[in-house]
Design a protein around this ligand. Structure first.
Ligand code: ATP
Length: 235
């Protein structure tokens, strides 16, 4: 579904991505793991057009998208859930979800997706008239994912959904991500520092180091790779 070929992305003189090549097959969860500053967020920002690459090619369903703007990329079916959730704090839960469906006009589809989301995250249904900013961190993360799903994306980009959450919520959120993939067939590129949990729910993974891909393979092979184990899994 998505292919990055030799992507270079810079912030001024700093080259954050150095010839990154990766692919995300349709229907899979691909985990992108690595230390702070490795370039994971920049990879997502390049895909979504917020920080366009300086060179290389990004193909989405075979179409080059590296020169498109973020609005055009969203309209093709790519939704990003940014690090730190970035929900609309003054809007209610229901209004946040409405914003996710901003580009859609299929009222019946919107209604059935809303029903699905409220079934998946019952706490959001209970709090639908509450302001987003008053939710707990874990609930805000659910809302951020739910808002992205309301766009009915083909590809969901998730940036550190477990960041700052209590261990119980980390497990819940990652289990829900796997459930969404299994039930909706949504293709997911998941950036995580919690490498262990991410690789447990993913089909395959890439490990980034200093702006490059250092290892890649099936999630199982990475979980068993001695270098990955000692550097990222604390084993
Ligand atoms: P983290 O887990 O800490 O978010 P990351 O793997 O997502 O790390 P990036 O945020 O992509 O890493 O950062 C990659 C490199 O680019 C780092 O050296 C970082 O300092 C630099 N960088 C990121 N954003 C900017 C920016 N807006 N301006 C300048 N340099 C930046």
């Amino acid at each position: 579904m998505l292919e990055l070929k030799d992507i270079r992305t810079c912030y001024g003189n700093i080259m954050a991505l150095k010839d990154v090549t990766l692919s995300v097959p349709a229907g899979e969860i691909v985990a992108l793991i690595g230390a702070n500053g490795a370039g994971k967020t920049t990879t997502l920002m390049s895909i979504s057009g917020i920080v366009p690459p300086r060179s290389g090619e990004i193909l989405f369903l075979g179409q080059p998208i590296q020169t498109l703007g973020p609005d055009e990329i969203v309209s093709l079916g790519i939704s990003q859930v940014p690090e730190g959730r970035r929900i609309f704090p003054k809007l209610t839960v229901a209004e946040n979800l409405d914003m996710g469906a901003f580009l859609r006009s299929d009222q019946a589809g919107i209604k059935s997706d809303l029903d699905y989301i409220y079934g998946l995250f019952p706490i959001l249904a209970q709090r639908r008239y509450q302001q987003g900013g008053t939710l707990s961190g874990g609930e805000q993360q659910m809302l951020a994912i739910a808002r992205a799903l309301m766009a009915r994306p083909r590809l969901l980009l998730l940036d550190e959904p477990s960041l700052g959450l209590a261990p119980l919520f980390v497990k819940l959120i990652l289990t829900m991500i796997r459930k969404i993939s299994d039930e909706q067939g949504t293709t997911i590129l998941l950036v995580e520092q919690n490498a262990n949990m991410a690789l447990k729910i993913a089909h395959r993974g890439y490990v980034m180091e200093n702006g490059r891909i250092a290892f890649s393979g099936t999630a199982r092979s990475l979980l068993n790779n001695e270098s990955v184990k000692s550097a990222y899994l604390g084993i």
